[in-house]
Design a protein around this ligand. Sequence first.
Ligand SMILES: Cc1ncc(COP(=O)(O)O)c(C=O)c1O
Length: 405
Amino acid sequence: MKTIESSIRAIIKTDPSEKKNIGTFTAIHTNPLVNKYLYSYLNKNLVDKKGYKSLVIFEEVIDKFFKELFQYEHGTTIVTSGSTESVLLAFHYAREQARDKKGITKPNMLIPEHAHYSLPRCAKMLNIEVREVAVTDECTTDVEDARKKVDENTILIVGVMGSTELGVIDDLVGLNQIAAEHETGLHIDAAISGFVIPFLETNIHYKFSQLSNLMSMNVSGHKFGLSLCGCGVLMIRDKRIIEKYAESIDYLSSGAKKMDNFMVTSSALGVFSMGTNIMYYGINGYKNFAKEYMATKTKLLKGLIKLGWDCYAGAEYAPQLFIYGEDVEKLSEFLELKGWVQHVYKAKGFKHAGLRVVIKKGSETRLQHEFLDDVAQFSNFGTKRPEVAAWKVQHIVTPPVTLEQ
Ligand SMILES: Cc1ncc(COP(=O)(O)O)c(C=O)c1O
């Protein structure tokens, strides 16, 4: 038994610490109450809601919170396993409705070039033609290009509130205007910013009450909602769509069940942790977190620029930044040696490759000190930045400060 346990421990140890994973949006913070009661939900199946009433209660907490923030009182909230499932469902419901209401049998959808890959993927899986909309010099969706590509078979126009790679926010009002002119719907992908923008003072119009044609919107719980992995939300303006198109199954321990989501057997940890977070932190808690992300972002940007790095800050309210410039590949390799999980990539619409730093709850102090110190250490090698392989060898035998400057 001991040997198996030590083997398992050794396997687990092959991973770096998630605390230094700055490249992902996945939350690293755990609410203390989630930590305490986690074991009550390890083996519960989310579909068994008739048996496990607490799951329904947590879903109701999530529903109330989202309705208050996004103002869709006549709509419905579907709790899912994440934004990908939410997007798949949103596109599915839009397609079904467009076929029955408008007789659209060859649906298309406008999806911007900078959208997360899951969006075109879901559309294609549903046999919906994807019309890619170009991005502007500011790396946001080109509204004029959307205007050129929309037609009578367009069932949804997609706008992004917080893009994955660069953290930009589309002109949602402009896209909504086109949707209104063509009597079609707008879908907002707020996977990232859905738990940030509502808690900051901004002039961004993102609520159902502000955008006449906003039909649906997805948010990930496991990003800035701080839930454990496996929680997303889909908000739908008109609940009648679900009443009409959701199917029912006779589930063994739960009797007949209306399935507005897609997954059947799934972990209850996402819903439990999301509901608990909302109850524990509330709107004020999330407001404080969002303020902290922005303050950290400002300090990081200042620090990085001082060290000579170019940074793309994305939208003012995006909890992320993109470092680029000569030697960014070498910087990335150096950071990897220091345990920072990230990598260099080419962002759509942006001509430089770079690495994304995500500012998350629980990483603010580490980013401002340990991370900036590591970047400084690399940067201070000046024009004689060593090859990382050489640095690695020297680092093993001597501390890096002894390297020739
Ligand atoms: C903007 C955006 N949309 C959708 C997704 C997919 O979300 P999920 O990982 O919750 O399925 C992501 C994932 O990072 C994302 O960044």
